[in-house]
Design a protein around this ligand. Structure first.
Ligand code: 5GP
Length: 122
């Protein structure tokens, strides 16, 4: 696993060095609209701690950080009224997963029928 890069774009957003369109914040998570939305609702949720990926987060975050983060994800989806119609949560991870930003994040996508999960399979 690569070491955490303190200069990744989400670390800068967390430190307030770069603005974001914030939709939610608590002790465990910050959420903001994706700069390049792929659906009517496209929110990124990031933990407050410095974790490269879901692998790093699951291995090294405390139980409180993990439960707080995923409760925040669910709360945001509910605040955006997504559960009734359905929605998708994605954590792109590493090279094969197409992860571009090396600070763990999940995408919350919704507001329309999202279609099949993958457009092409290996
Ligand atoms: P990944 O491929 O790492 O899972 O997704 C990274 C996401 O971050 C992409 O959907 C991209 O549009 C978004 N993104 C990249 N830079 C910024 C930024 O500066 N601000 C916001 N709000 N989103 C960003």
């Amino acid at each position: 696993m690569s070491p955490y890069d303190e200069n990744n774009i989400f670390a800068k957003i967390l430190r307030g060095e770069i603005p974001c369109d914030k939709v939610y914040e608590d002790d465990y998570a910050l959420a903001f609209n994706d700069i390049s939305p792929q659906a009517p609702v496209h929110i990124l949720v990031i933990p407050k701690g410095s974790y490269v990926s879901i692998d790093d987060f699951g291995a090294n975050a405390s139980d409180g950080e993990i439960s707080g983060f995923y409760r925040a994800v669910a709360n945001i989806a509910r605040e955006k009224q997504l559960p009734d119609g359905g929605f998708r949560v994605i954590a792109n991870t590493g090279l094969n997963g197409g992860q571009e930003v090396p600070h763990f994040h999940v995408h919350i996508l919704g507001g329309t029928a999202l279609g099949p999960m993958l457009t092409k399979a290996a």
